[in-house]
Write a protein that binds this ligand. Structure first.
Ligand code: SAM
Length: 391
């Protein structure tokens, strides 16, 4: 990651514009390690640079939580700060190369906020979970150009490989998301998905709670599938197959069927391997037969209007506030000038927690630089934080 090693850090009087880069305010760590975050705006993006103290030299780099992409945004901002504050750079891995247009964020790669704010519903939607080598996803997208395919994966090299192939094959109907499939479905409107493919999921025999298929996943699948839509599980794992049968056969109106060693049009790398080993392959298909009501609209992330006292911020405990839906945990506290405060918060579900910053100035709170993702667990975490801040 781009960084500068500097002799010593010099704060600037903020706000200040250095060329095209704006530095908005500085938030100082309140703990013994010291250091600061510098709120930065460049090319329409807001993020923090961070200053860390070391024994012999000090470091200026981007903050992990708000890190923008592509990297040139960070590099140019670091150099702009160093120039304006007249910092002495000891060494760095930062050049001043202009934006590389080949490295622009790929159009097919979406963030979870994209789906949370405005889920695409202009076409038939199919979802593939854990697409791996993406052979199946690419094949399906090429064969069905009018269908939107959303591919979920958490393994970054697989994502990069898929993005490359999307460009090479000039496919316009795939969106890729780096997100945990167990939580994604809550962002999907009811009755709009025609297929959910779960091909060769990790069996997690020792940690079954990490399996994609679960009672709650099945319930959410039934909600998002249209009538006649299907959830297709394909697995070589005898254990996973039995577990799926048990989960799928809990009483519900929709129906499922099971096949063994069924040929499909495209064979994934995993399937190739299992076939060579002459392993059995099981398909468990769940067909949705009911129309579901729309999911409840979730609220927003505004804070109550009554003034927040300094004592309420002080009283926020470093212990985790655990609830059955998830948690909040105040990780660090900051000061902004003489009167302002900021907290860094881990929040949301246990499976996919998020970190966010909350600024409290003149008695009112706001998230910076962006709101949490609109998930149910984040919203509950926000309500809990609001209660704690308002006593
Ligand atoms: C065994 S591979 C199968 C890949 C591909 N479907 C195939 O048939 O070759 C399972 C994939 O699921 C991904 N995965 C595991 N858990 C996931 C989750 N919770 N959300 C999204 N992807 C997940 C893994 O990163 C891995 O690439």
């Amino acid at each position: 990651m781009p960084h500068l090693h500097i002799e010593s850090f010099k704060p600037l009087a903020l706000p200040l514009k250095c060329g095209d880069v704006e530095f908005l305010f500085q938030a100082d760590y309140k703990d013994k390690h010291g250091g600061a975050l510098i709120a930065t705006r460049y090319k329409g993006r807001e993020f923090f640079l961070t200053h860390k103290k070391g024994d012999t030299k000090e470091l200026l780099k981007s903050d992990k939580i708000t890190r923008p992409s592509p990297n040139f945004l960070i590099k140019h901002s670091l150099l702009a700060y160093a120039e304006c504050a007249k910092l002495h750079i000891i060494d760095s891995n930062v050049d001043n190369a202009p934006e590389n247009t080949h490295l622009k964020t790929h159009d097919a790669l979406k963030s979870i906020s994209y789906f949370a704010e405005n889920f695409p519903r202009d076409r038939e939607v199919r979802i593939e979970i854990g697409f791996g080598s993406a052979r199946h996803l690419l094949h399906q997208a090429a064969a069905n150009p009018n269908v939107l395919f959303i591919g979920l994966e958490i393994h970054k090299p697989s994502i990069e490989q898929a993005l490359k192939q999307i460009v090479i094959q000039n496919l316009q109907n795939i969106m890729i998301l780096d997100y945990d499939a167990r939580i994604f479905l809550e962002f999907v409107p009811s009755n709009i998905v025609s297929r959910i493919y779960v091909h060769f999921p990790v069996p997690w025999d020792k940690k079954p709670h990490r399996r994609v298929i679960s009672e709650s996943f099945l319930k959410e699948s039934e909600r998002v599938l249209c009538v006649g839509g299907r959830l297709e599980l394909r697995t070589d794992s005898e254990n996973y197959y039995r577990f799926a049968l048990e989960t799928f056969s809990t009483p519900r109106q929709s129906c499922f069927d099971v096949r063994k060693n069924q040929e499909i049009a495209i064979v994934s790398k995993y399937e190739d391997r299992w076939k060579k080993m002459e392993k059995n392959i099981y398909d468990v298909t769940f067909t949705c037969e009911v129309e579901s009501p729309e999911a409840d609209a979730i609220g927003d992330f505004s804070f109550s209007s009554t003034s927040i006292s300094k004592e309420a911020i002080e009283a926020l405990s470093r212990d985790t506030y655990k609830r059955e839906w998830g948690f909040i945990h105040v990780e660090r506290k900051f000061t902004i000038g003489k009167e302002g405060a900021m907290i860094r918060l881990a929040m949301g579900s246990f499976d996919r927690p998020e970190s966010n910053y909350v600024i409290i100035e003149k008695g009112t709170a706001r998230y910076f630089p962006s709101l949490p993702v609109r998930s149910n667990a984040n919203l509950k975490a926000h309500i809990l934080l609001d209660e704690l801040l308002h006593g």
